[in-house]
Design a protein around this ligand. Structure first.
Ligand SMILES: [Zn+2]
Length: 144
């Protein structure tokens, strides 16, 4: 359906490691960091991944810059964020007709430190051997 490509990963990682936090820039609406925002409220923001390997790949993040996925939140703050993750995940699942949803918190303290969750829809009909981590190894979808 969509063509796949590989971006210049070295340039991208250099930008991520030396530039400002991209999530904070999206929250601040910096025009140099355009994003397709699908949800936001006073504590969280959700936007389409700029480099999706599966259709509908979405990121959910707290608006505030925090780095430890559990350690930088009280239990109540964490559970409030998880309500947003649930809401966004259900919306994406229903919108794209996913067979299964994958949820991951990735990132790096060395250059992609703002806590965020990857909300990843697995399309129906993907063979078993191409699911789970194998689904993440394909090229980036060139989205219009
Ligand atoms: Zn940030």
């Amino acid at each position: 359906m969509f063509e796949r490509y590989e971006p210049d990963w070295n340039a991208l990682h250099r930008q991520i490691r030396t530039g400002p936090c991209f999530i904070c820039q999206i929250v601040a609406r910096n025009p140099d960091y355009p994003a397709h925002i699908v949800y936001e409220d006073e504590i969280a923001i959700a936007f389409l991944d700029k480099y999706p390997r599966l259709y509908g790949w979405t990121l959910v993040a707290p608006r505030e810059h925090r780095e430890q996925v559990t350690g930088d939140f009280t239990v109540e703050e964490y559970l409030t964020l998880q309500r947003v993750v649930h809401r966004v995940t259900e919306a994406v699942r229903q919108e794209v007709g996913a067979e299964r949803m994958y949820l991951l918190s990735l990132g790096s303290n060395q250059g992609n430190s703002h806590v965020h969750w990857h909300v990843v829809p697995l399309p129906p009909g993907v063979p078993y051997k191409e699911q789970q981590l194998a689904a993440f190894r394909k090229g980036i979808l060139r989205m219009p």
